[in-house]
Design a protein around this ligand. Structure first.
Ligand code: 4NP
Length: 160
């Protein structure tokens, strides 16, 4: 099994949507028995909470059901997961520090939009304080990025 963890700040807007989008694409490609997908936050502000209703709505508009509950990323995640995907550079830096406190860290830490051909290396902006159009934009970024990320994982692990 290849294990992938998406991480943002609150684990209620971006990373649950990334989890849902990635799972959806994984299933479309028939790889759901080979790839495990989860999400977490760098903060513990929304522990146990379902995703923000605006993320739920944009996902539903694309036929995707979100079912994650808020969890905080821990250093052991670097032992559990093969890929940890940060939504923005602040999340990335936080995770890098978290990894430093861990033991055997196998996970590759990557930035989500390093896989986005439209805006490589940019942040997935935090849509929490903005309007609904911010969530649509985030969805588009995640959809583009997740497709490329899956291509890369399929190649790396020779999945069929
Ligand atoms: P997320 O968005 O990191 O994409 O889940 C946020 C959610 C909540 C807060 C900030 C960002 N907050 O300040 O509670």
């Amino acid at each position: 099994m290849v294990k992938v963890l998406f991480v943002c700040l609150g684990n209620i807007c971006r990373s649950p949507l990334a989890e849902g989008v990635f799972k959806h694409i994984v299933t479309q490609r028939g790889l759901q028995e080979k790839i495990i997908v989860k999400s977490a936050g760098t903060s513990g502000w929304h522990l146990g909470e379902p995703p923000d209703p605006r993320s739920v709505t944009v996902a539903r508009n694309h036929g995707i059901v979100l079912d994650s509950l808020g969890r905080k990323a821990i250093s052991e995640d670097f032992e559990t997961y093969d890929y940890i995907i940060a939504m923005d550079k602040s999340n990335f830096n936080h995770l890098q520090n978290l990894r430093a406190t861990g033991g055997t860290a196998k996970a590759k830490l990557l930035l989500m939009r390093d896989f986005d051909e439209v805006g490589k290396g940019l942040d997935v902006p935090d849509p929490y304080y903005g309007g609904d159009d911010g969530f649509d934009k985030v969805y588009q970024m995640l959809d583009r990025s997740c497709r490329k990320l899956l291509d890369e994982i399929v190649k790396q692990h020779d999945l069929k």
